[in-house]
Design a protein around this ligand. Structure first.
Ligand code: ADQ
Length: 459
């Protein structure tokens, strides 16, 4: 079977033991099966001309590059996180475009291609992840790579009227069209992509094709591949870790019902609106005052980007104000933790929470929603309150769906689910578990790789 080569912005360090997150789990299984290669940024700063570090761990070859400070600023903090991230999340108010950063983004992609090319074997299949690496396929093709190259976008893909706010949107679309297979999280993302191709009228792609000696194509094979989780792993870890630690956590809340939010600290996750909705709940349904605790776990990320420092400040102020207004001697409404939590412990806390509150204002999928469901006790499950603007809402119709901008609507939903009868909670949970098992992370990776293998010239 062809070797799988995965390329992603960051590559996890296998020496730390923990393979975090859904992407890493799915990709890891696919790589382990074929003695694969995982290529990307080490996460460290270093001279741009240094050769990559190679580490072989359990049959997988990890090849990582350092980036120079200029590259980190221009490519990662700059074009990726100041332009593409807000653009793809429909949040144009956060969009910052700088032509120099775009050029550095292209340069980093070209450097990735040059470093990767000599390490490729003719019958490899190459799976590229996320918006950081959109131009990688065309760079590899320019250098003569003929292997099938696939791309999976973890974020949403925006409608054309949003996409065209980016001055270089045509270059980005052209970059995507150099892939053989493109995967999106949901049908609406795929639909937007197709509309964008039509609207941008990329006839010029074909011209480019004729000039390229390689196999650039005008219409890549695009489809929906919703990312999933390792359901049994989540459930097992949740059960194992629920005693004794989260019991202690619960004891510290005096046995009160827990409403739980778990997110990277990111402005797309709807955290200020979430805190305000909780405040609205206490205002409009005073019977919950002193009875419910909102625990929000949100470790800081992308600290080199200004908007992330700002969201952190906003949240600290909001939590302070709400706690200041409502706190009692032995109770504070919002327990806000600005830190990561070890995975097993996190799943244990999820299992102890009566409500999983997942209300991004835009999200490609949202794995926390899926992990929360998998972590529940099937006999007495908690309820997932989920934003209609998360990709996960396309699959998890057993959740109570809310619009995160509608603070009263979220407050009403919280009030409703706290009293939800056990039979209804079980029915909803069972329906969602069926979806999670059908579309788990292994099914996701296998389906994508199968499509990619089908593109092999000799297949
Ligand atoms: P993210 O935006 O990072 O991912 P998400 O899908 O929720 O969002 O995945 C986060 C992962 O990190 C989850 O596995 C979660 O358990 C973990 N995590 C979050 N907060 C944590 C904390 N405080 N401590 C420890 N672990 C924590 C991007 C896209 C998503 C898409 C994924 C996968 O933005 O829409 O679902 O990729 O495709």
């Amino acid at each position: 079977m062809s070797r799988v080569v995965v390329v992603s912005n960051r590559v996890p360090d296998p020496r730390t033991g923990e393979v975090a997150g859904g992407l890493a789990v799915g990709v890891h299984a696919a790589l382990a099966g074929t003695g694969g290669l995982w290529f990307g940024w080490s996460g460290d700063e270093g001279a741009a001309d240094e050769s990559p570090e190679v580490l072989v761990h359990e049959g997988i070859r990890y090849v990582t590059l350092d980036l120079s400070q200029e590259e980190i600023d221009g490519y990662y903090n700059g074009f990726c996180n100041n332009a593409l991230w807000p653009l793809f999340h429909y949040l144009l108010g956060f969009l910052k475009y700088d032509r120099r950063e775009f050029e550095i983004y292209l340069r980093v992609n070209a450097r990735f291609a040059r470093t990767l090319l000599p390490r490729l074997q003719p019958d490899d299949i190459i799976w590229v992840h996320d918006f950081h690496l959109i131009p990688l396929a065309s760079e590899l093709r320019r250098l003569g790579a003929r292997q099938p190259i696939g791309f999976f976008l973890h974020t949403p893909f925006p409608d054309y009227d949003v996409l065209r706010a980016l001055p270089t949107h045509r270059e980005m679309l052209r970059g995507l069209c150099a892939y053989d297979v493109i995967g999106f999280q949901t049908e609406p993302d795929l639909h937007s992509f197709r509309n964008c191709l039509d609207a941008a009228d990329l006839g010029t792609i074909e011209e480019a094709d004729r000039r390229e000696p390689s196999r650039l194509r005008a219409s890549p094979c695009a489809d929906v591949y919703p990312i999933g989780i390792d359901v049994d792993d989540c459930a097992t870890r949740a059960v194992e870790s629920v005693t004794p630690r989260p019991e202690k956590t619960m004891a510290s809340f005096g046995g009160r019902a827990l409403v739980l939010g778990v997110d990277r600290l990111d402005y797309s996750k709807g955290l200020p609106e979430r805190f305000q909705s909780f405040e609205r709940l206490l205002e409009r349904y005073p019977e919950h005052v002193g009875q419910l605790v909102l625990m929000q776990i949100a470790p800081p990320t992308r600290q080199g980007v200004r908007a992330y420092a700002e969201i952190r400040e906003t949240l600290e102020q909001l939590a302070g104000n709400i706690n200041g207004t409502y706190a009692q001697m032995d109770w504070v409404p919002i327990h806000y933790l600005n830190q990561g939590v070890e995975r097993a412990r996190l799943l244990g806390i999820m299992r102890s929470a009566k409500v999983g509150l997942v209300t991004p204002i835009r999200d490609g999928m949202n794995l926390v929603a899926k992990e929360y469901v998998a972590a529940q006790d099937p006999e007495d499950p908690g309820v997932l309150v989920l934003s209609t603007l998360a990709g996960a809402a396309c699959e998890l119709d057993g959740a109570v769906l809310v619009n995160p901008y509608d603070l009263d609507g979220v407050a009403d939903a919280l009030h409703q689910v706290i009293e939800m009868p056990q039979a209804e909670r079980r029915r909803r949970h069972e329906a969602m578990m069926q979806v999670l098992r059908r579309n788990d992370v292994h099914a996701w990776a296998n389906r994508f790789l199968e499509a990619l293998r089908g593109q092999h010239v000799d297949a």
